[in-house]
Design a protein around this ligand. Structure first.
Ligand code: ADP
Length: 323
């Protein structure tokens, strides 16, 4: 194996750079030339490639985002566009491709891999943690810490002014960030997409909990079926006329920032493993982590088994906490 490609795709996540660094250094160590693909699948379709050397990955382990750039590239869903990508890969003599991204990126990577002979390995990089086959994804731990730190600050104001705050967090269609940040910040309530939200029950719960308290924090996952924090507050308001309600949407501060120890470590270990998997002749695999051991699962399973059915809250809580 002489050349391998590295690509980051979908939403950026803290720790992606640590993975790029680990792949680059490991490849060079084994005498393989690492090639960075710029701007995800967009760059793959356009042949935006860059030889990577040690200097390219100096001082990036501590930086959020991705030095290779990322992009949403809807055109990649078209077969003709993927054909162009394959031609660029073949022309550049790339013999293996490592894709760092989330669910959408792996769907793209899987379709691509079934149309070419170049092996593909996926590394989960998304703050949402919404992938099957791994306990955590690169960026998730950092995002949780960012959210908890922000909620702590909101709590100061909520307590000083006797207010009820609805705080919206990211996570797309999954409630991992909401649920676990709620636990770690001592939130009074949490709304997640995996359960059916009952507005009247939520209002009653807030009323009961708030008796004699100076503040309440309700975490709302952005993908909740009743809407975001603004919608929930509007719907709950008629039931809570005597209370002062506020909303905060944390937004993109959740995606950036210097990666935590955990994300740097996971990214580094996964990056090394990805190069070794390619060298051993593997393809269509995703690297996951279970009980602090790296595991390898089929990329197809990672995509297909990802959907969560709507289930009872208690059962779901148990599932999410032991995923
Ligand atoms: P994430 O990887 O974070 O879930 P997206 O869902 O935005 O991010 O997906 C990233 C990219 O993956 C898309 O912009 C597109 O290029 C590619 N992609 C997503 N779904 C498909 C698909 N069904 N077929 C081919 N490519 C896809």
């Amino acid at each position: 194996m002489k050349k391998i490609g590295i690509l980051t795709s979908g939403g950026d996540a803290p720790g992606m750079n640590a993975a790029i660094r680990a792949i680059t250094k490991t490849a060079i160590h084994y005498g393989i030339q690492p090639i960075g693909v710029l701007d995800g699948f967009e760059g793959l379709m356009n042949g935006w490639f860059k030889n990577m050397n040690y200097e390219d990955v100096d001082n990036i382990i501590q930086r959020g985002g991705t030095v290779l750039g990322s992009a949403r590239a809807p055109k990649f869903k078209e077969k003709e566009a993927r054909k162009e990508a394959i031609e660029h890969l073949e022309k550049a003599e790339i013999e293996g491709l490592i894709v760092i991204g989330g669910d959408g990126s792996f769907t793209g990577a899987h379709v691509l891999s079934s149309e070419m002979n170049i092996p593909v390995i996926g590394i989960p990089g998304t703050i949402d943690n919404d992938l099957y086959g791994t306990e955590t994804t690169i960026g998730y731990d950092t995002a949780l810490n960012t959210i908890v730190e922000a909620i702590d600050k909101i709590r100061d104001t909520a307590t000083s002014h006797k207010r009820i705050f609805f705080v919206e967090v990211m996570g797309r269609n999954s409630g991992f960030l909401a649920l676990n940040s709620a636990i770690a910040s001592g939130a009074e309530s949490v709304l997640i997409p995996e359960t059916i939200s009952d507005i009247e029950a939520i209002a009653l719960q807030i009323k009961n909990q708030n008796k004699g308290r100076r503040s309440s924090i309700i975490i709302v996952a952005e993908g909740d079926e009743e809407g975001g924090a603004m919608d929930i507050m509007r719907k709950v308001k008629p039931h809570l006329k005597d209370y002062e309600l506020r909303t905060t949407i944390l937004g993109h501060i959740q995606r950036g920032g210097s990666p935590s120890f955990y994300d740097r470590s996971l990214a580094t270990r996964s990056g090394i493993k990805a190069v070794e998997l390619l060298m051993e002749g593997n393809t269509k695999k995703m690297i996951g982590i279970k009980s602090d051991e790296l595991v390898t699962i089929d990329l197809k399973d990672a995509i297909d088994k990802n959907a969560f059915p709507k289930i009872e809250k208690e059962e779901l809580l148990a599932k999410l906490l032991t995923k």
